[in-house]
Design a protein around this ligand. Structure first.
Ligand SMILES: [Zn+2]
Length: 308
């Protein structure tokens, strides 16, 4: 049911640009939320809070970050593909960038094995952009239990000198941290895909086991130690296919924790950008900020109108 609703939302929204959609959402917020959630004229803060939670899909109340559910950067989302596919990987946003990343990753037999594993599962694994109105905050992650990967085609990782990290209780970061290089957004995608594959029995299928008692200051979890080792293999294979490949291995999971925007998109591991305006035009960026402000305003009005 939940999936169906999401897919319908996506189909409707495909025809609109992100800006139109956000504008429409703000315009509709007051009208649609009320009848859908049986708001009485007089409600408690708690009820309003519940409405907000629904409206913002569980984000922080009341001035939430934009919800994650309707990302769209490219206008070329393949509606047909999404409809047709009964299982496997589906890009519900940025399909062209997704395709580029997959083509790139498939130079590596190790990555191909994970990709094919997800393709052959009986479930659909959706890949969608994390948060299209806050590019600077875009997060790459795999959402457990939802067959969902959030991925933004321009977010890569900074790989640092592992010696720069201290243990967690000391907040980890040593200011002398040295940047060794970067990992492409595509590599982040295979990282998340491996999480998804593991959730669906990848290790059992191939008779693999996770190491016990990993050093948590280094690897955060046994699964991450496994995935970092897989990243190494993928990078080796990518470099074998293309000697100019710039992917940088992280010594362990925690030696690459900062996200960075890559100017040249999904397969780039060497074009970090310093400012969001390097990625989007000034006008475009200002429009995005406005969308965000308007949404905050819509939340505020909704809250005020239901408060007493
Ligand atoms: Zn991870």
């Amino acid at each position: 049911m939940k999936i169906k609703v999401k897919r319908e939302e996506n189909e409707i929204s495909q025809k609109r640009s992100i800006f139109d959609r956000e504008r429409q959402k703000n315009k509709n917020a007051l009208n649609t939320v009320q009848p859908n959630h049986n708001i009485k004229p007089v409600v408690s803060d708690k009820t309003v809070q519940a409405i907000y939670a629904k409206y913002t899909k569980g984000s922080t109340f009341p001035y939430a970050k934009p919800p994650h559910n309707k990302p769209r950067i490219s206008k070329n989302t393949s509606k047909k593909q999404e409809k047709k596919k009964k299982h496997g990987l589906v890009a519900v946003a940025e399909p062209e960038e997704f395709k580029k990343a997959i083509t790139y990753l498939k130079q590596s037999p190790t990555a191909t094995k994970v990709i094919n594993y997800l393709e052959n599962l009986k479930v659909i694994t959706k890949v969608q952009t994390s948060d299209s109105s806050r590019f600077d905050l875009s997060k790459t992650e795999q959402v457990q239990g939802e067959n969902l990967i959030r991925w933004y085609s321009h977010t890569g990782l900074v790989v640092s000198d592992a010696k720069g990290f201290k243990d967690r209780s000391k907040k980890r970061v040593d200011r002398t941290l040295k940047t060794l290089g970067y990992q492409s957004p595509a590599l982040g995608l295979i990282h998340e895909m491996t999480h998804a594959a593991i959730e669906h029995g990848y290790l059992e299928t191939y008779g693999l086991t996770l190491e016990e008692n990993v050093d948590k200051d280094k690897h955060d979890s046994a699964e991450h130690k496994f995935i970092v080792a897989l990243e190494w293999q993928v990078i080796d294979e990518l470099k074998k296919a293309d000697k100019n490949n710039k992917e940088t291995k992280r010594e362990y999971y925690n030696s690459a924790s900062s996200h960075i925007l890559m100017k040249d998109g999904p397969t780039s591991a060497d074009s970090p950008i310093k400012h969001i305006l390097d990625l989007h035009s000034r006008d475009e960026h200002l429009r995005l900020i406005k969308v965000f402000e308007e949404r905050k305003e819509a939340h505020k009005k909704l809250y005020e109108s239901n408060k007493n």
